[in-house]
Write a protein that binds this ligand. Sequence first.
Ligand code: ADP
Length: 167
Amino acid sequence: MSRIQLVKDDLTRMKVDAIVNAANQSLLGGGGVDGAIHRAAGPGLLEECRSLHGCSTGSAKITGGYQLPARYVIHAVGPVWRGGDLGEAELLNSAYETCLQIASQHECKTIAFPNISTGVYGYPKRAAAQVALSAVNNFLEANKVPELVYFVCFDPENYQIYQELLT
Ligand code: ADP
């Protein structure tokens, strides 16, 4: 079986060791998937996030999952799309890679990603999917853990793009 699986669902319902949040630098909550994760996890998550003092773009930080089915949340900060000449691809790659490193350090066998930066942050979806898949493929080639990576595509356009790129 492939170590990369595509899912059309709500990330907050995933029963995995870690889900990844598409967070902003403050880590203090936002809209989109971030808002959904905080609503589902309950107030304990925001409290722990406050103790982290933010996160830089291209990086990530881990917390507990609180009321989520997932044990951990890895809060990743993807870049805002500003035309592509400001290191957006490197920063997006780094966000995915950092999540995988953190997951591996915490012995997470399963991890689920949303489509980081492709909502409010405006990163073109196909280009973002190519970066995400290359970051994950490279990491999985070199590491045994995580064993399984889910891409959870909430919007049909992203789902279709991933379906094409994965076949
Ligand atoms: P960003 O600010 O990084 O662009 P957004 O949360 O605006 O983050 O969007 C990132 C992606 O998350 C979008 O593709 C959006 O469709 C998706 N998304 C929103 N809610 C959920 C959810 N509950 N589960 C999975 N994906 C979601």
